[in-house]
Design a protein around this ligand. Sequence first.
Ligand SMILES: [Zn+2]
Length: 279
Amino acid sequence: MRNGLSVDVEEWFQVGAFERTIRKDDWDSLESRVEYNTGAVLDLFGETGVKATFFTLGWVAERHPALIRRIVGEGHEIASHGWDHRRVFTMDADTFRADLRRARGVLEDAAGVAVTGYRAPSFSIDQRTPWAHSVLAEEEYAYSSSVAPIRHDHYGWADAPRRAYRPIADADLTELPITLGSLGGKKVVTGGGFFRLLPSAVTYAAITRANEEARPAVFYFHPWDMDPGQPRVTNAPLRSKFRHYSRLEAMAGKLRGLVRKYDWGRVDQVIAVERETLR
Ligand SMILES: [Zn+2]
């Protein structure tokens, strides 16, 4: 079964964990690593022959249009990760719509192709944002992969379905929630720090189980997840630092193993298959 491979393209300083430590006004003065790191991801995918979806911030696309062209040129999907990593539950419907439009405009200009997919920063579509899927449908997105059907300290919509579903009855929009793994009886999202910090077998178990239940898995990580050379934020909370910096040097090797073990593709392709079953 084909699973969705995705990369959330953002800078090392644009993560929720550092939002109280690093001010947005300072972003342009910090060392940019995203082009180099995403280049390494593209090299790894090229080496293994896999195609993926790159959910990219508009803020990044505006500054690195050549990177966007390279992603598209190598056969991957460009999708939206919003403008500047503002989480959806901190916005209202109008602000969300403006954020979507601004990001899509810049992404499509750089990519030269239509953007039809969206991933909310930090899986921030949940019970606090009952309008979010309607706005995405009105903006004619084909799919979203923005929900974590889980309870977590930063995010989660525990009551959401675990397989692809149509969140709006009379719209074609498909939501493909992030795949969950299990750790000591607790549910966790597969990807990112979870994958980096824990043995790969924990993630493999989650993907195998999803596929056994005829659910495609969706896996995600960030370009900075495989960058041991990124600057260190020393005054962030200890837990954030642990999550962000542990085992960065192991990530590339672990990813190669993961990519070879399962059948992976772009999320828009996975969605196209799922839509047939939702009709
Ligand atoms: Zn993100």
